[in-house]
Ligand binder design. Structure first.
Ligand code: 5GP
Ligand code: ZN
Length: 138
């Protein structure tokens, strides 16, 4: 099912042009229009959803496998030194387009791109957060 007004569904349907790099029955990979680095690619499911919180297990599995294939291709084709995978889920995590998408960003030695700063746990905080997350999963 596609969403009428969703920009990535329009790209999937071919109503908006894109630089496609890979397509199969369940997923599409195309170049991000405002790349962090040349070759920055987005992998999307063809079935509309919003983000990680409502994507089906089947779509997610397909996105994951396409991400793996395209990441390998990007590194090889662009002679990159690595690839970052990143997914923004909900507005406060930086999500702008409300259709699930994985960012694949080629990285090069010395490119200077810093994705996020690291912090440190206070006494007892790691145990506390570990327990909170585990209690929802068990
Ligand atoms: P988000 O911030 O939602 O994780 O990322 C959305 C991404 O989609 C951005 O990096 C943005 O450059 C890209 N984007 C937005 N509109 C278009 C479009 O029409 N075509 C393409 N190829 N990329 C788009
Ligand atoms: Zn959509």
């Amino acid at each position: 099912m596609n969403d009428k007004d969703c920009i990535f569904c329009k790209i999937v349907r071919g109503e908006i042009p894109s630089f496609k790099v890979y397509e199969d029955d369940d997923t599409l990979a195309f170049l991000d229009i405002h790349p962090v680095a040349s070759g920055h690619t987005l992998v999307v499911p063809k079935v509309h959803a919003t983000n990680i919180f409502d994507i089906s297990s089947e779509s997610w599995t397909a996105v994951s496998e396409t991400t793996r294939k395209v990441a390998v291709a990007i590194e090889r084709a662009l002679e990159a030194d690595g690839v970052n995978l990143m997914m923004n889920n909900r507005e406060h995590a930086g999500q702008v387009v409300e259709h699930p998408h994985m960012h694949l960003i080629p990285r090069f030695k010395g490119d200077g791109l810093k994705l996020w700063p690291h912090g440190a746990y206070k006494e007892g905080e790691a145990e506390n957060v570990q327990e909170k997350i585990r209690s929802v999963l068990i």
